[in-house]
Design a protein around this ligand. Sequence first.
Ligand code: GMT
Length: 382
Amino acid sequence: MKIAIVCYPTFGGSGVVATELGLALSKRGHEVHFITYKQPVRLDQLSSNVKFHEVHVPDYPLFHYQPYELALSSKLVNMVKLHGIELLHVHYAIPHAYAGYMAKKMLEDQGIHIPMVTTLHGTDITLVGNHPFYKPAVTFSINASDMVTSVSESLRKDTLELFEIKKEIKVIPNFIDASKYQEKTFTNCQRELMAEGDEKIITHISNFRKVKRIQDTIKVFYEVQKSLKCRLMMVGEGPEKEKAEALAEELGIQDKVMFLGQSHEIDKILCFSDLFLLTSKRESFGLAALEAMINSVPVVSSNTGGLPEVNQQGVSGYLCDVGDVKGMAKKAISILSDNETLKTFKRNARKVAATFDINQIVPMYETMYSELLEKSTKKVEN
Ligand code: GMT
């Protein structure tokens, strides 16, 4: 199959999922065309099967806002025609589903019929998409997609509750390539570079937006460090970073909290981590938690959105109510204060994560694509 993938190319879960999906599809013999405004961060293997087409949005003095959707839909039309692309797969509804639909309609006008899959990822539904400014366009473009998928059952439910959806939404969870991660549970990942031997390492990775409640992450750590020797690695960049730095200083724990910035060495960091904290207000799936778990790092997270579908209570970690700082700290301490317990949680975290292996999930997309292509060929024939 020849598939076009549209996604956000910068740091962020939806772009990571889209890129990993495209790469996996290319390895399974499909031709994949990434159509984005920048080369996706994880797209490091361009080949005859994997192509990248950049969307340019030229500036013009009249434009107060640059017409990105227009440029994207035009690029999609041109690339579909040039490369004989058979299917569009857009990730994150805003504005990709809308631009994809426009491309589809323009192509239809030229006698080219191309099905479009929209994958919903999270805030495109629960936060941004739900805003009255966007809602009619988001509702329309979800309903106009040929197939809609969501990354968790929880996101599927939210979509049906928040929007008037006339389409079936298929749940295809996010995935991980378990074969890339060896069983590192009890090996030394040069952790001595980051902490002393008797110190536990707690990690948080995100884009530091309000929805992540990273102040709670700092507060949970503050409580934990009262009971055991530990350090906190804060990985990422975003609007809430300064407040979190200030809070660490205010609490007098700035020497134990390291802000590492955006990193390309996530697996290395997770390799020496003992616990992952994810205190988000909302999380449709929590890819960061899954990445931690496959690296044998147990997770203490909020009990929200799709997180309970990923992090198993009392098995791969614990889930507490959003904002329950004391509860999360208590759970973190219970995992970290006994090495045998920690070993069990580490082992379990990896086992649970392995159920989201790429080889289980990517075929679900392939089957869906084949069905869609078959349906759309039949439609044209009739
Ligand atoms: O929706 C967002 O906040 C952005 C999006 C992204 O691009 O990072 O994150 C969402 O999609 C990820 C991949 O499917 C999920 O793992 C995240 O849980 C989800 N974020 C939220 O729901 C807040």
